[in-house]
Design a protein around this ligand. Structure first.
Ligand SMILES: Cc1ncc(COP(=O)(O)O)c(C=O)c1O
Ligand SMILES: [Zn+2]
Length: 426
């Protein structure tokens, strides 16, 4: 729905929630599941008429798109981490390596806690404050914990994050530093998520961003799609490859592209959406391959821990998007993930986390299988920072390990050089 006469509410131009399954509509508020069929709820809008210049005049953060989000109009003035407006880097050396034409990397390391999760948390926080919640909470595969703890610290409210106990040490340290409450749970992310759902029912003033505030939270990922279109000069890429854990990011990038078309801000040139998973946690890729509409849960076993959700909430909707747009969901092994992290770093100077390795690994796989067009303009998402998943490239005597030291003399350097570099050239 669009209308020049839209009047903003306390959630901007959002004016209702609706059920993705049965279409029932509800008032905006603190619900996340359909009262009729338990389906997930989605935010609906009466969007204003909006020009490119209206958006371009906004701040260099996700709040330039505040009119398209379920947040108060003056949200940019509240204390937040101001994520977004990250770099869209043209990846010519990587493209050459892959035999592709135009390739871009949307580099989400530029966010305040170095992953795209700052976007979703900022929207969830704004909506949660509006609804009167007092505590910001989440179950997390790591990056979300960082983002929730940081955003709550800046907003001056309490945070409670629940994480699987086996998370990467860098992600634990990068959450603890903000001083909120962190609870390590002996179980998988799916166990942690179940515990969070039980707690959300018990603790009335706790906003679990990705559980009871999920309809608002998930909308934050639309800003990745808006930014890509704006940074390409107000047009859509022909292909996009997105990492899939719960699947929300992929589904919302597609929603963003469709909204921009409906608003007349970009031409409807057609695009294909591809999803990327690690083989050790690939329930959506498996369902895609089998031609199923439902996703069979799995027990994750992969180094890509940020994507290790065995029972993805948005899995069926990912399948809808990739099938509607003519894309695919594929998966790659942990060895391919590590190879892809190194390739992205060596060709583009971008050290992405394991999720980036999954995404680039799947791009390579789809190219090799002829399912992705090497000549079509393509964007891949680097959703997080390699400094948070150092073990993936620093173990087993690989080049990530500290090199043996030499004495500080020219002779020692030349001896080292003839042993290493010349050998490598020969
Ligand atoms: C770095 C990174 N990339 C991608 C994702 C996937 O996001 P979604 O759950 O929206 O599919 C996550 C989720 O935790 C993540 O941490
Ligand atoms: Zn319903």
């Amino acid at each position: 729905m669009t209308s020049a006469a839209s009047t903003p509410t306390r959630f901007g131009f959002a004016n209702h929630l609706f059920c993705r399954e049965c279409g029932a509509t509800f008032d905006l508020g603190a619900s996340h599941a359909c009262a009729d069929c338990f389906g997930p709820l989605e935010v609906g809008y009466e969007l204003p008429s909006l020009t490119r210049s209206d958006i371009e005049a906004g701040p260099a953060s996700i709040w330039r798109y505040a009119s398209l989000l379920p947040v108060p109009r003056d949200v940019a003035g509240s204390r937040g981490t101001e994520p977004g407006w990250t770099r869209l880097a043209r990846a010519d050396l990587l493209a050459r390596e892959l035999g592709m034409g135009a390739l871009w990397v949307k580099d989400e390391r530029g966010n305040p806690t170095h992953s795209f999760k700052d976007r979703v948390v900022a929207v969830a926080l704004a909506a949660a404050v509006e609804m009167g919640y007092k505590v910001l909470a989440c179950p997390s595969t790591g990056n979300l914990a960082n983002a929730v703890a940081a955003a709550a610290a800046r907003a001056g409210i309490r945070s409670v994050v629940l994480i699987p106990a086996d998370l990467e040490p860098q992600k634990i340290a990068a959450t603890a530093v903000y001083g909120g409450t962190m609870v390590a749970v002996d179980g998988t992310y799916d166990d942690v998520n179940r515990l969070a759902s039980e707690l959300a029912d018990e603790r009335e003033d706790w906003a679990f961003v990705n559980v009871n505030v999920r309809p608002y939270y998930a909308e934050g990922s639309k800003t990745i799609g808006y930014e890509i279109a704006e940074q390409l000069g107000w047009r859509l890429p022909e292909q996009i490859v997105v990492p899939v854990a719960s699947g929300a990011q992929l589904v919302k990038i597609d929603k963003a592209f469709r909204e921009l078309i409906a608003l007349g801000l970009v031409a409807d040139t057609g695009y294909r959406v591809f999803g990327a998973q690690a083989t050790g946690c690939s329930p959506v890729a498996a369902a895609f391959r089998a031609g199923h509409d439902v996703v069979q849960p799995v027990k994750p076993a992969t180094i890509a821990k940020s994507l290790a959700i065995g029972n993805p909430a948005d899995g069926p909707y990912v399948l809808d998007v990739v099938r509607r747009t003519g894309g695919a969901v594929a998966d790659v092994s942990d060895a391919e993930v590590i190879g892809a992290v190194r390739l992205l770093a060596a060709t583009e100077g971008i050290f992405g986390e394991t999720a980036a390795g999954v995404t680039l690994g799947v791009l390579r796989r789809l190219l090799a299988e002829g399912r992705l067009d090497p000549r079509a303009e393509t964007v891949i998402i680097n959703s997080g920072d390699g400094l948070k998943t150092l073990d993936a490239v620093g173990q087993g005597g690989g080049p990530g390990n500290a090199p043996a030291a030499i004495r500080p003399t020219l002779a020692a350097f030349e001896a080292w050089e003839s042993a290493h570099e010349r050998k490598a050239v020969a």
